[in-house]
Every structure is written in structure tokens, then in C-alpha cells.
Design a protein around this ligand. Structure first.
Ligand SMILES: Nc1nc2c(ncn2[C@@H]2O[C@H](COP(=O)(O)OP(=O)(O)OP(=O)(O)O)[C@@H](O)[C@H]2O)c(=O)[nH]1
Ligand SMILES: [Mg+2]
Length: 225
């Protein structure tokens, strides 16, 4: 990976005086073609700022934000990937360990929508099998330039059993909703896999218990009394 610049700006500083304690940490990725607005959407969510100038991401970056989910404080560690093809190998390396991904396309750019299937292939290939995905049709403020319909976006999301939103960092539409929906999905997935684990453990204990009487019987049968 020589030659790649990996910047890790910490969004924690943006929390200002916010307490740094949290109960869980969720690692998320923002993926999609270059210029769909990944960095802009993340910056709007974490810092509530919007930049109209395009500064293509070089390498990878992350920001964090602590959110409340019920009584829990959850730290979202959100990795902002570079959409340019030349960074694809680097991006793929960051899929491992991610609990969720926001897949963005630009509603004014059909190829960014078509390429979602390639991004989903990368997710399948490199991420954990129970990664949660939310698909976002971004820049929905630009209705005059729209070339991808909402129905097409919905169909794509249905196909991948993902949640779907149209959002705009520019006008602040559905910005926190997309991140919070992904966080909710992660929470659900993690609690159901924790339940499955504890069920497995308890059925293992049950089967041990079931084994015990037979062991006792055997002992009984060896008993000469
Ligand atoms: N109309 C509109 N433009 C937006 C919106 N969000 C971002 N943009 C513009 O889209 C361009 C690209 O935004 P970026 O956030 O840098 O794109 P990116 O996906 O991070 O691109 P890479 O870092 O190259 O992968 C910028 O000029 C933004 O101002 C939006 O909600 N509406
Ligand atoms: Mg970027």
C-alpha cells in the first residue's frame, strides 16, 4: 500500500465538551463511487457543515460521533472511503470488522447507481456475512437533474434486503436518519447473534445435563449393591 496516504482525523474533537464515555462501538463504512457525496454526508452528520467544493478523498479517513440509543451511549466510528478505482484494494481491506455499510449513489448519476452491484459484490466478498447495509440515493435536492427514480432505488434495496433512503447533505434531508437506521440495524443484528450464542450455550448445557443421567445410570449399572 506504499504511496497511499491514510489520514485518520478524529471526529471526537468535534464533540467539544461532550463526555467521552460510551457503552458500545459500531464500526461503519461509507462506500460508493467517487463524487456521490460520501465525505459531504459524513461531514454534515458529524459536524453539521456543508462544503460545495469537491475534494476527492485520498486513501481513507474516519470520524466518530457518540449517539444515544435508548439508554445506551454508542460510539459510531465511521470510515470515509475513497470512491476512486485506484483506492479499491485499500478500501476492500477496511471491510473486515465493519458492522455496517452505507452504500451511496447519486440520483443525478446513473453509472453510480449501476455500480452499486459491484459495491455489493465487494461487500459480499470482503465483509463479514452479517454486515448490515443501508442504501442511500444521495443529492435528492437536485430534483431537476434526477436520472434515477425513487422506485428504482427501492427495488435495488429490496433486492439486497437493505434499508433505503433518499437523502441530501446539501439541504440536510434524512442525514441523521440514514446513520441512525444503520446503527439500529447493527444493534438488532448484534443482539440476535448474542441470543443465538446464549441459546447454543444453554442447549449445550442442556445436553450435558441430559448426558449426566446416563452417566449416572452407567455408574448405577456398575453398582453391585
Ligand atoms: N446537489 C448536491 N450536491 C452534493 C451533495 N452532497 C455533496 N454534493 C457535492 O458532490 C461533490 C462530491 O462530494 P464528496 O462528498 O467529496 O464526494 P465523495 O463521494 O466523498 O467522493 P470521493 O472522495 O472521491 O470518493 C461535491 O462537489 C459536493 O459539494 C448534496 O446533497 N446535494
Ligand atoms: Mg470523499
Amino acid at each position: 500500500m506504499a504511496g497511499y496516504q491514510i489520514t485518520r482525523s478524529t471526529g471526537e474533537a468535534q464533540g467539544g465538551g461532550e463526555e467521552k464515555t460510551f457503552d458500545s462501538i459500531y464500526k461503519m463504512l461509507v462506500i460508493g463511487d467517487s463524487s456521490v457525496g460520501k465525505t459531504t454526508l459524513l461531514t454534515r452528520f458529524v459536524e453539521d457543515k456543508y462544503h460545495s467544493n469537491f475534494m476527492s478523498t485520498v486513501g481513507i479517513d474516519y470520524k466518530t460521533k457518540i449517539v444515544k440509543m435508548g439508554s445506551e451511549r454508542v460510539k459510531l466510528q465511521i470510515w470515509d472511503t475513497a470512491g476512486q478505482e485506484r483506492f479499491r484494494t485499500l478500501t476492500n481491506a477496511y471491510f473486515r470488522g465493519a458492522a455496517g455499510a452505507l452504500l451511496l449513489y447519486d440520483i443525478t448519476n446513473r453509472s453510480s447507481f449501476v455500480n452499486c452491484s459491484t459495491w455489493m459484490e465487494s461487500v459480499t466478498q470482503h465483509a463479514s456475512p452479517n454486515i448490515c447495509v443501508v442504501i442511500v440515493g444521495h443529492k435528492c435536492d437536485a430534483e431537476d437533474e434526477r436520472v434515477v427514480t425513487t422506485a428504482e432505488g427501492l427495488r435495488l434495496a429490496e433486492h439486497y434486503e437493505a434499508d433505503f433512503f433518499e437523502a441530501s447533505a446539501k439541504i440536510g434531508q434524512n442525514v441523521s436518519d440514514v446513520f441512525m437506521k444503520l446503527a439500529e440495524r447493527i444493534k438488532k443484528t448484534q443482539s440476535s447473534s448474542a441470543n443465538q450464542k446464549s441459546n447454543k450455550n444453554s442447549s449445550a448445557t442442556d445436553s450435558n445435563l441430559k448426558l449426566d443421567p446416563s452417566r449416572n445410570r452407567q455408574q448405577d449399572s456398575n453398582c453391585n449393591c
